[in-house]
Design a protein around this ligand. Structure first.
Ligand code: DGP
Length: 116
């Protein structure tokens, strides 16, 4: 999508600190980090958000989860002694601001549950 911020990052037209990419996904550091590690994993193909995913998107969603595990390992938080949180925001109550599916990987500190 020509007016989509994250499509622009995927294409390389908009700069970002990319930490991993493959044929299905791109992972880059969030510009407004909420934790020592805060990385967004996005599909290369434009999908609006987690509520619009359908059966045809199963492979790319699995690839996003696999990419998140690889990034967490690369960042040194994937081991059993650490851990991390994976979040999909949907809609205004969740403060979803970018309409291109993205998985937040946050870690490097402990989190509360339930979240505030
Ligand atoms: P969400 O609230 O779930 O829609 O998260 C969108 C995230 O995207 C938010 O944490 C900030 C991040 N973000 C917004 N604009 C940019 C950008 O231009 N570059 C990067 N790297 N991250 C961005």
């Amino acid at each position: 999508m020509s007016d989509c911020l994250f499509c622009g990052i995927v294409s390389g037209d908009i700069p970002a600190e990319i930490v991993r990419s493959d044929d299905a996904t791109v992972a880059f550091r969030d510009v407004n980090p909420q934790a020592p590690v805060h990385i967004l994993i996005v599909p290369r193909r434009h999908i609006v958000n987690a509520s619009t995913v359908d059966g045809g998107d199963g492979d790319v969603v699995a690839r996003m989860l696999m990419a998140a595990k690889a990034v967490a390992d690369d960042e040194g938080i994937g081991g059993e002694d650490r851990g991390y949180r994976l979040v999909f925001n949907v809609g205004p109550d969740a403060l979803n601001s970018v309409d291109h599916l993205h998985l937040h990987l946050v870690g490097g500190r402990a989190f509360d549950w339930p979240p505030g």
